[in-house]
Ligand binder design. Structure first.
Ligand SMILES: Cc1cc2nc3c(=O)[nH]c(=O)nc-3n(C[C@H](O)[C@H](O)[C@H](O)COP(=O)(O)OP(=O)(O)OC[C@H]3O[C@@H](n4cnc5c(N)ncnc54)[C@H](O)[C@@H]3O)c2cc1C
Length: 488
């Protein structure tokens, strides 16, 4: 007979793990179920081509993990996860060989932007000064009173006049900022994309855009270690297809999309709530390629090779046009691309002259096109000769992402479109969006506030809701490392 547990968590992405950490730290007996053979969801790593070179399957760069309230308290560094700051946070090569470079140092960034340096400073400096307050407000899912009201006013002052991306004279700074706004994977310009640009943009000059030494999987590993150290159990290869499989748990937290909740609940959800879930919309897809290369990427502009993240999309207006096409479901051969060459920041990721390169493009939801040729040609445009360095490559088309991870519907790696409405009301407009009408059932994935990215906050906030509503516990547990010996 299955043993009774306090909480069963379905899915071990960063949010499932954060929920488990929080509940186990509150003294609950937790078990996790992961459909895949290994834990981590968007934090997995694989040795695709060479047993010594590991590739980040999904996330690679962690501005949000470095800043999020959950991870600040959990303290990755104290647990042996070294967050390596690249020399340049992100770079944006233009078609003519010039490039925008966002250094951790705001002064260096502004100097590089010439006449637009002043405007960049005007936008970013006040946010950097109020970074913790701004991050805490955004990452609370905007559901708690801001501890630093000035941070919220500063954000509003940048968003409401709808000028975040304007006010520049040249073309480098707006392209640099548009590359960050495009992380919203949606229409550009838009309030949601501007908010993402302000959040991620200022973080490059605050807590940074770091890469964990050894890859993202290190983050999942220390989170799982903490769950086990507090009595939790993790079952891999355990695909949950019905909530009835979890009747032995007093609470169930789903690191899944609302679409899966509809299936798992088998018609038990109230009709009105189910209708709202069916209205939840997915955004454009990602199509990803992993390359094993023999040399650093031969960028036309060599400064670009010093960056942790590279945005390929050309000018501000070209990016906006490409993102709109992806939203409208129209494929283009020149999509917006994000590229990471981990060994540029973490030399240990290279082995005997072989290096991983991670790249994905924003494409229409469900796009079936082969990513390898598409991404190779986009990279070649800014790094001629790249193709000659490729030793091996593999890709996952947007259409196929869902069979790898059911949360990425049609390749939407945000688990739901980040429109303004859905960034505030995901998956439904409620004060406590993590709680479902089914007693003891909670959603804890990136389909809930504050949305996509590796920050653990969806899981943490869902766990706090479960503690309050199911177990009568109002106090948040401590999350910091309990013993100095806890290591990855
Ligand atoms: C290509 C790519 C690049 C990205 N790059 C970055 C980046 O650089 N930085 C960043 O911050 N974010 C990045 N992201 C986004 C980030 O990975 C996600 O936002 C984050 O992982 C979401 O976490 P989650 O816990 O909500 O869900 P996921 O990480 O998707 O995990 C969900 C888990 O639940 C499991 N699961 C689902 N249904 C079931 C079921 N029925 N039974 C059992 N298990 C189930 C899945 O197998 C999966 O392991 C990227 C994503 C992708 C795909």
């Amino acid at each position: 007979m299955t043993q009774t547990v306090d909480a069963a968590i379905v899915g071990t992405g960063p949010n499932g793990l954060a929920a488990a950490v929080t509940l186990a730290r509150a003294g609950l007996r937790v078990e996790l179920h992961e459909a895949a053979a290994s834990i981590g969801g968007g934090l997995r790593g694989e040795a695709y081509f060479d047993s010594d070179v590991r590739h980040d399957v999904c996330s690679a760069v962690h501005p949000m993990a470095a800043a999020s309230p959950f991870f600040r308290e959990f303290d990755l560094t104290a647990r042996g996860v070294e967050l390596l700051g690249p020399e340049i946070g992100y770079a944006h090569p233009l078609d003519d060989g010039r490039a925008g470079l966002a250094y951790p140092d705001l002064d260096a960034t502004c100097d590089g932007l010439g006449e637009d340096g002043r405007r960049w400073r005007q936008l970013m400096e006040p946010l950097v000064e109020h970074s913790t307050g701004l991050v805490d407000f955004i990452m609370s899912g905007q559901r708690s009173l801001p501890g630093d009201p000035a941070a919220v006013l500063l954000l509003a002052a940048r968003l409401l006049p709808r000028r975040a991306l304007s006010g520049f004279r040249g073309d480098v700074a707006p392209a640099l900022l548009a590359g960050v706004a495009a992380h919203a994977v949606g229409k550009l310009p838009s309030l949601a994309a501007d908010a993402v640009a302000m959040l991620l943009g200022h973080l490059a000059h605050a807590t940074g855009w770091p890469l964990p030494r050894g890859g993202s999987e290190r983050i999942a590993r220390v989170m799982a270690d903490d769950v086990r150290a507090h009595g939790g159990t993790i079952h891999t290869g355990s695909h949950i297809t019905s909530l009835r499989q979890l009747d032995h748990a007093r609470a169930v937290l789903l690191d899944t999309t609302p679409t899966q909740l509809l299936t798992l609940a088998e018609g038990r959800l109230p009709a009105g709530y189910a209708r709202q879930l069916r209205r939840f919309r997915y955004g454009p897809g990602a199509t990803k390629a992993d390359f094993l290369v023999s040399e650093p990427v031969p960028w036309t502009n060599p400064d670009v090779g010093r960056a942790g993240t590279v945005h390929l999309g050309g000018s501000h207006t070209a990016i906006a046009r490409r993102e709109r096409l992806a939203v409208r479901g129209e494929p283009t051969d020149e999509p917006f691309v994000l590229l990471v060459e981990p060994a540029a920041t973490d030399p240990g990721r290279a082995h005997k002259g072989k290096r991983p390169v991670w790249a994905y493009a924003h494409v229409p939801n469900g796009d079936p096109r082969d990513p390898v040729a598409l991404l190779r040609s986009r990279i070649e445009k800014y790094a001629p000769g790249f193709g000659d360095t490729v030793l091996a490559a593999r890709g996952v088309a947007a259409r196929d992402y869902e069979s790898y991870n059911p949360n990425y519907v049609g390749g939407d790696i945000g688990a739901g479109a980040m429109t303004l409405y859905q960034s505030l009301a995901r998956p439904v407009p409620r004060l406590d969006p993590w709680r479902t009408p089914l007693p003891g059932v909670f959603l804890c994935s990136a389909s809930t506030p504050p949305g996509p990215g590796v920050h653990g906050m969806c899981g943490h906030l869902a766990a706090l809701s479960a503690l309050r509503n199911r177990f009568g516990v109002r106090e948040a547990p401590a999350l910091g490392p309990t013993a100095p010996g806890v290591r990855a």
